[in-house]
Design a protein around this ligand. Sequence first.
Ligand code: AMP
Length: 282
Amino acid sequence: MQIIRTISEIRAVLDEQRAAGNSVGFVPTMGYLHDGHVSLIRASVEANARTVVSVFVNPLQFAEGEDLEDYPRDLDADVAYCRGAGADFVFAPSVEEMYPSPVDTVVSCPGVAAPLEGEHRPSHFAGVATVVAKLFSIVGPCRAYFGAKDWQQVAVVTRMAADLSMPVEVVPCPIVRESDGLAMSSRNVYLTAEERAQAPLLRRALDAGLSAVADGERDPAAVEAAMSEVLAGASLGTVDYAAAVPAHSLVADGSLAGEVRLLVAVKFSKARLIDNDGCVAD
Ligand code: AMP
């Protein structure tokens, strides 16, 4: 496995691979890898001749006052995870390599990025879409693997790739969880022991929402109330939202019908946790 630091070098090696007839799978990450990331790398290794993992904490997607400086980093451990999962290349550029001068070009998806996370982190998805567009431009034609853990992010990236005719197939992958249901996240290390004990309530809230829909509830407000009731038990956190929405528009539109996504976000003292699950209301 090769560790590559520059845009010109990763471009050259991936162009060479494609010229030799090898398909490329791409897993973009911010590092501090865990088994959720590993599942994406394995999915890519299974479906592609070569897999590249990027490790880059992208300043553009952090707002003023968010955790950019504190974001956990451990490149040596990340390299070991990538090697163990069968990756061929790790692309780990510096901030100076990615942004040698202030960025003036911004990619935004004001529709799909607006609700939910967009309301609580207004500049976040423009930062994500911009860096992912840049990474897609660097990596070139590929399949790109994203976790359903960040459901709205998958929607934004899929829409961007389609709207801009990028030569990339976005592949969503299932959420990997701890044994008590907490979705794995690099930010879980921020949780205090007491907060960690309450964190599985996000999963339990989603279960309550799923049960309500399974029992025939079609009023989004009633499903949201069922989730909020469970989240009220997370006394150390503040609920940003508990939403029951159409899975692809993410905006409530009368009674629930067809593919539904339940999404929750809870802010603890330092860690802001998000989670989601889906079902069909027919
Ligand atoms: P991050 O490093 O947090 O930016 O995440 C990089 C990629 O890993 C994103 O596509 C995430 O959705 C995905 N990911 C993070 N946590 C999980 C998880 N628990 N299960 C599946 N995918 C995940």
